[in-house]
Design a protein around this ligand. Structure first.
Ligand code: 4AD
Ligand code: MG
Length: 430
């Protein structure tokens, strides 16, 4: 019977075959200890000369790391073993030998590993991260699907900017047109929300950002909910609900992975609502108090976000930024019109912004003015202005970056490990 390592407990004392790769091998005279991985986990297969015979035993002498093989043996519970079980080998079948696998258990530099990302993702740590990523995405989908949101994806080729013209990737679109890779599906999402009430888009997003920070990719995945008849408060509630539900799901289903990553899970267990809320003004005062050289009126920088998010033990919602530093589509606060009805959610432990969103400008004349002020071509936005011409309503939503969310949940130094093939300023290979 074929079994996957993740299900091994169900096969105690049974004979099973595991199809996988050799992760590591240790030998002591009449015994080989083979650590086998199959993508779902790792198990130690114990091979004794007495059980498999001389020939098979000698073959195993020379197997290199990442040789593909099937091992057949009897599952045996062992408290000391990783995963609680070992396999007593009866036979092995080698499929593809590997010699001089370039990634050995010794330490390699990040560039070396990134150049071999297609192999690096086989490591225990990387597979743990990718499984957490999977869980985050699955939890996100379940969250919205179970709340009546309709998945309504938005285009990747777009004719205009959503988040500002400085970070657009142009693409030759047939002979005489330039298209741009989307920076956010939001504008289309707003149209979709007017059709379906509550929607979400989930796809890759592109930003030609020349920043080399631990938080920036040029291609990342963003989930974007949008709700008709919603205010800033509704948007904050939704963001909080999403984050707590994603964290709870990872804690529930990916304990093993978090353990591999040596994640302090008590920090994640503390992620319950309600999240603290502060205004931009309060954030500015806090930064001053902490002695940061923050200039009032500017956007929060990476260091500012780090410091703010270290100050709270759960995600903090920063609202009411100066409208001048935010995108053209933000609704101004009716009380202080120089502030926007927006929210950035900063993840704790220094991770900074994982969500950005708010209430949208729903007034036609004001929106036309904002498009002008931002130097954007009104023709490109006529369809978007139609949403204000035909039955406009208060509405809002946000975008959550999957990679930043995963980096925080796994407590990684850099977002580059949260996606199988990261795209960055100096990284387009493999
Ligand atoms: O704050 P941003 O730019 O917001 C928007 O794009 C809105 N239009 C979303 C909306 O309201 N529908 O981006 C949203 C999130 C950020 O909070 C961050 O998590 C992630 O996207 N993000 C990035 N992740 C990785 N690399 C980058 N370069 C990112 N830029 C933004
Ligand atoms: Mg933002």
């Amino acid at each position: 019977m074929h079994a996957r390592i993740t299900d091994i407990a169900a096969h105690d004392r049974q004979q099973v075959t595991i199809d996988g790769w050799l992760h590591n091998r240790r030998s002591s005279g009449k015994l080989h200890f083979l650590i086998v991985r199959d993508g779902s986990g790792f198990i130690q297969a114990v091979m004794s000369k007495a059980a498999v015979g001389d020939e098979a035993f000698t073959t195993a002498d020379h197997l290199g790391q990442e040789t593909s093989l099937s091992v057949t043996g009897t599952v045996r519970a062992d408290k000391r073993a990783r995963g609680g079980y070992e396999l007593d080998v009866i036979s092995i079948d080698v499929h593809g030998e590997a010699h001089d696998y370039p990634i050995t258990p010794k330490e390699h530099g990040v560039d070396y590993l990134m150049d071999r990302r297609h192999l690096w993702i086989r490591s225990e740590r990387q597979t743990a991260i990718l499984r957490v990523r999977h869980e985050v995405i699955d939890a996100v989908r379940d969250f919205f699907n179970s709340r009546g949101f309709i998945l309504c994806d938005t285009p990747i080729f777009t004719p205009a900017a959503c988040e500002g013209t400085t970070t657009l990737f142009p693409v030759q679109y047939f002979d005489d047109t330039t298209a741009f890779l989307t920076q956010s599906g939001q504008l289309y999402n707003e149209a979709n929300a007017m059709a379906l009430g509550r929607v979400y888009a989930f796809g890759p997003t592109f930003r030609a950002e020349k920043s080399k920070t631990r938080r920036h990719l040029t291609e990342f995945w963003m989930v974007e909910p949008e709700m008709a008849y919603a205010t800033l408060d509704d948007v904050i509630e939704l963001a909080q609900g999403l984050i707590t539900s994603v964290v709870a799901r990872v804690l529930d289903r990916r304990r093993t992975e978090l353990q591999v990553l040596e994640r302090d899970t008590s920090k994640l267990e503390a992620i319950t609502g309600p999240f603290p809320r502060i205004t931009y003004d309060e954030a500015a005062a806090l930064l001053k108090e902490k002695g940061l050289p923050f200039e009032y009126g500017t956007d929060l920088g990476g260091t500012d976000e780090t410091v703010l998010s270290e100050h709270f033990d759960r995600p903090v919602c920063v609202t009411h930024y100066p409208a001048a530093v935010k995108a053209f589509y933000m609704k101004p606060d009716p009380v202080q019109s120089d502030k926007a009805l927006c929210v950035d959610v900063l993840a704790p432990e220094g991770y900074g912004e994982i969500i950005g969103g708010g209430q949208r400008l729903d007034d036609l004349d004001l929106l036309v003015q904002r498009i002008k002020d931002h130097g954007l071509p009104q023709e490109a936005f006529e369809w978007y202005l139609d949403l204000r011409r035909y039955g406009t309503v208060p509405h809002g939503g946000f975008g959550m970056g999957i990679e930043r969310c995963v980096a925080w949940i796994c407590k990684l130094e850099h977002v580059r490990e949260t996606i199988p093939y990261p795209r960055m300023l100096y990284r387009l290979y493999p």
